[in-house]
Design a protein. Structure first.
Lengths: 178, 194
């Protein structure tokens, strides 16, 4: 059953369909929220709220975007509300900072993970939505509510910083770049 | 379509991720074929993308799903009664069926004026009748099989409310046949005529 079919059943109050929707999307969405919020309990709270909003608002879904994009946009909106209460984005203070003793990393995944952590949150988010969650740039623009060109620019800047980070780290990924 | 290098560079991450729509995908592919810088960029991005994708995926607490469903139930229960009933699809379907059945039953009762038989065989046993309503999804073959099993023949119907009048074999017990019909999966309503 496709996401659209499932959402149609949820809109009709079908609890079984809602359970299927939750099982299908809760894992990846939790991963996204955890990266945004950096707090597992908070990520679970926002995940619950987003899922309950799907239950109450499924009838309002008009199909302008994919159901998954719609879900992520709802969740991100709620996560942003929570983050506003903290005044600054988590890890923002790490932007541009270097951490000593990491030059010896050889594992590509760990190197990339560490480099991602040092990106500004809005750039890291675009990289993760594109590569981890597989969203097209138009879908990302809907989720993060910004113009298409902003999404592309954030990715461009993220690439530059990742290359600088990974190149300095001396990992396999860094060596591949030109 | 010849794509400027700057444009291709901006789109390359989604080309690598496989989410670039046409015709942009073909244009980037064509550009990359002829651009050494972009080919190296593409190879590098593929490694980054693979590394991002291969990250362990954290999971929410296993009991979170049950908690969400419990909150959903509490939220559903908080509305007015008619909204709560209407909200659940199964309840709506049952309500619709109940309304149809009530209308059919009312029509049946109103139209239930036993008529004297046109003629009666002298000395022989009289044939009893049963009124029956089949389910909407009952097929002709299914109804025929049911009628053969209970030894009944359609003598009237279906009426506007879907009621058939069945004549039973002489000597059949109308109450027993009605009971037999009620237990049939294709039958929604069965009642012996008085």
């Amino acid at each position: 059953m496709t996401d659209r079919e499932l959402l149609r059943l949820v809109a009709q109050g079908d609890v079984t369909a809602f359970r299927e929707w939750y099982d299908r999307h809760s894992g990846p969405l939790f991963a996204y929220l955890l990266r945004l919020l950096r707090d597992a309990h908070l990520a679970e709270d926002v995940l619950s709220e987003a899922m309950l909003t799907v239950w109450t608002d499924a009838r309002r879904y008009r199909g302008e975007s994919s159901p998954r994009t719609w879900l992520y946009a709802i969740a991100r909106n709620k996560a942003t509300d929570r983050l506003r209460q903290r005044v600054v984005w988590p890890l923002e203070a790490l932007d541009g900072q270097r951490v000593d003793g990491e030059a010896e990393r050889v594992d590509t995944r760990v190197a990339v993970e560490e480099a991602l952590k040092r990106l500004p949150p809005d750039q890291r988010e675009v990289v993760e939505l594109a590569f981890f969650h597989g969203f097209a740039y138009e879908e990302i623009a809907r989720i993060v509510r910004c113009p298409l060109n902003t999404v592309k620019t954030r990715m461009f800047l993220a690439k530059q910083k990742l290359r600088a980070q990974l190149g300095d780290a001396g990992g396999r990924v860094g060596e591949a770049g030109g | 379509m010849t794509l400027p290098h700057e444009t291709a560079e901006l789109l390359l991450p989604w080309f690598v991720a496989g989410t670039l729509p046409e015709p942009e995908r073909s244009a980037v592919e064509e550009h990359v074929r002829d651009c050494e810088v972009c080919r190296r960029e593409e190879a590098w991005l593929r490694e980054v993308a693979d590394a991002v994708r291969s990250r362990p995926v954290p999971s929410p607490a296993p009991e979170l799903g049950a908690r969400v469903l419990a909150r959903l139930a509490a939220r559903t229960a908080a509305g007015p009664w008619w909204q709560r009933v209407w909200r659940v699809r199964e309840a709506r379907a049952l309500l619709a069926v109940a309304v149809v059945e009530a209308v059919a039953l009312a029509a049946l009762v109103v139209s239930w004026t036993p008529q004297p038989p046109a003629f009666r065989t002298l000395g022989g046993p009289t044939a009893a009748h049963v009124q029956v309503v089949f389910r909407p999804d009952a097929t002709e073959a299914g109804m025929r099989a049911t009628l053969l099993r209970v030894g009944a023949t359609v003598v009237e119907g279906p009426g506007a409310t879907g009621v058939y009048r069945l004549r039973l074999r002489p000597g059949s017990d109308p109450r027993a046949v009605a009971e037999q019909l009620r237990n049939d999966a294709l039958v929604r309503f069965a009642e012996p005529e008085p």
